[in-house]
Design a protein around this ligand. Structure first.
Ligand SMILES: [Zn+2]
Ligand SMILES: [Zn+2]
Length: 368
């Protein structure tokens, strides 16, 4: 385990994202540590806490910036609820999108999707119309750069954390329409065929395979090359298969995939989570024996942990390929304590080092 190497680069790369938010973070200068998290869940998807609680915890743990980034697809509840001061809650106040007490009938747009007795809302809509509104409220409360992202169901694969800054920080009419459009067009679990079309988002490819994933990052490179990022989430977790190239199933990533994405979108796809979230889970990181490497090594996935392994190979090809860590926070137990996840911030190793390289990186230079 080349931990020194991994941690050194980890710190530098988290700085990429922290500096993306640097437009609101005057304190983040070269040579300073900043702490952030770009991957966490609420009851908008499969998390167990309301949005406001997670925002408050991020603040209490001392993060300098963060991004809400949770699953694409369709889900039945909102993320309403109070921000508890001294603990987590269980999401008991979340409301169903189809509840007439909470929402006017007809609020849900697009193709009909159901979950048991309830109608889902597509994530493109909940991101655009509700989650980003909560992001703006959190910014107004904590005066920190808070970003709207999405955990992309990558066609043919598993997950990536994605954000498009777009107009999120516009002074007039800030919005997350670009993130919503990306989710509608390219998320592997968004099968809405009409809702996004009504927004003018034409060109949805319904073949959920590796080729569509590459098409998606090419779209980002073309439209948001300096204001978006794609970070591969828990890249070893799913195991590995060769059938991702024939368009069936959902498989883990191998080095060919990273090359494909990096070739198609070098300004957008430049790294993966070497330290996956769920660090409290057993097995650590949620990496069961089917994961590449059979588990984690000191919490680090095999792609970065192995000396002379995949990460070194990518660097050897001259690629700018960085390592990231996130919380992937989802859950609390009955007493309100984090169950299998820890939010970033409690661990000093989560601090990110902002150095001069990041000041020259186009990802954030364009948005500062
Ligand atoms: Zn995931
Ligand atoms: Zn996640």
């Amino acid at each position: 385990m080349n931990s020194m190497k991994a941690w050194k680069s980890l710190g530098r790369v988290v700085g990429v994202i922290s500096m993306v938010a640097g437009l609101m973070l005057n304190s983040a200068k070269a040579g300073e540590w900043v702490a952030g998290d770009f991957h966490q869940h609420t009851t908008y998807t499969d998390g167990s806490n309301p949005f406001a609680t997670v925002m408050r915890k991020n603040y209490e743990y001392g993060l300098d910036w963060w991004a809400n980034s949770e699953h694409g697809g369709a889900f039945a509840t909102d993320a309403f609820g109070p921000a508890l001061k001294n603990g987590f809650d269980t999401g008991a106040f979340a409301r169903f999108w189809d509840s007439p007490l909470a929402y006017v009938p007809g609020t849900i747009l697009g193709s009909v999707s159901v979950n048991g007795n309830h109608t889902n809302m597509w994530r493109w809509q909940s991101i655009r119309d509700f989650s980003f509104r909560d992001v703006l409220m959190a910014r107004g409360t904590y005066y920190l750069p808070i970003i709207q992202g999405v955990e992309w169901n990558v066609p043919g694969h598993e997950h990536c954390s994605v954000a498009i800054l777009g107009r999120q920080f516009n002074t007039l009419n800030p919005n997350a329409h670009a993130v919503a459009q990306f989710e509608y067009l390219f998320d592997g679990k968004d099968s809405d065929s009409i809702g996004g079309l009504a927004q003018g988002w034409a060109g949805k490819n319904t073949n959920n395979n590796h080729a569509k994933a590459v098409q998606a990052v090419r779209w980002l490179q073309r439209n948001y090359s300096n204001t978006s990022y794609v970070v591969f989430a828990h890249p070893e977790r799913k195991g590995q298969g060769d059938t991702n190239y024939v368009g069936t199933g959902s498989h883990g990533y191998d080095i060919r995939d990273f090359r494909d994405f990096n070739n198609a979108a070098p300004n957008v796809c430049f790294g993966f989570e070497s330290m996956p979230g769920h660090q409290k889970e057993n097995p650590r990181g949620g990496y069961t024996p089917i994961a590449i490497g059979g588990g984690t090594f000191g919490g680090c996935g095999a792609y970065a942990a192995k000396v002379g392994g995949l990460w070194d190979a990518l660097l050897g090809e001259g690629r700018h390929w960085w390592l990231f860590a996130s919380s992937d926070f989802h859950s609390t137990d009955a007493s309100g304590n984090p169950l299998s996840d820890t939010l970033m911030g409690a661990n000093t190793a989560d601090k990110a080092w902002a150095d001069l390289w990041f000041y020259s990186n186009p990802v954030f230079v364009m948005v500062r």
